[in-house]
Design a protein around this ligand. Structure first.
Ligand SMILES: [Zn+2]
Length: 202
């Protein structure tokens, strides 16, 4: 956990100075709040759409600049768009430094927020509790920052089939941990344990 402890001392970018803080961390503009607390990783649907259509940074809410950073998973590349809006490179760096999911300190998406919160905010229940995927930072220019629309013209996110200036790995996919039972079975299979002593099988 040294990563998360160190993360509290990472300075947020100057342009994010006006954002609220919670637990020592700057809360991104897009982050949903409910009952006085932010739900990191759960986005306000309206702000997500605003950020995408008005080309605002999802972190600090200011207009995006000459370089735009996107956080991309393999699943996003597969569908051709990422549902989260872009960020200033320095906002992305801060998010990666302090977010335990992005910096690899946490291997699992946290459990789904309370249903009342999920009902109010756009959540990603499909990811809840699952192992973290690999993440990359992609950087594009303003001309390569294009909205991806669904067949009914709904805003899906940002297109990924565009010229990319640079791709940088952010974190590797989390490796599944074996349960005690699976580990014991594996040791047996590999011949590391010659007897079945200790198992509960009659
Ligand atoms: Zn920003």
């Amino acid at each position: 956990m040294p990563k998360s402890r160190r993360s509290r001392t990472v300075k947020p970018p100057a342009r994010a100075a006006a954002l609220p803080r919670h637990g020592g961390l700057t809360v991104p503009w897009i982050t949903g709040w409910f009952d006085g607390r932010p739900y990191f990783g759960v986005n306000f649907p309206i702000r997500r759409i605003q950020a995408i259509t008005h080309r605002l940074c999802q972190f600090c809410r200011q207009p995006l600049g000459r370089r735009i950073g996107l956080v991309v998973r393999p699943a996003d590349s597969a569908v051709g768009y990422v549902d989260e809006p872009g960020m200033h490179p320095e906002c992305l760096d801060y998010a990666v430094a302090v977010c335990p999911l992005l910096n690899g300190a946490m291997d699992q998406y946290r459990s789904a927020p309370p249903s009342v919160v999920a009902g109010l905010l756009a959540s990603t229940p499909a990811r809840a509790g699952k192992l973290a995927e690999a993440y990359e930072a992609w950087f594009v220019t303003p001309s390569g920052y294009e909205v991806a629309y669904g067949p009914d013209m709904t805003v899906l996110g940002i297109r990924l089939d565009v010229p990319v200036l640079m791709k940088r790995p952010v974190r590797a996919a989390a490796q599944p941990r074996l349960t005690d039972e699976e580990a014991a079975l594996l040791r047996q299979v590999l011949g590391l344990e010659s007897s079945a002593e200790g198992t509960t099988t009659p």
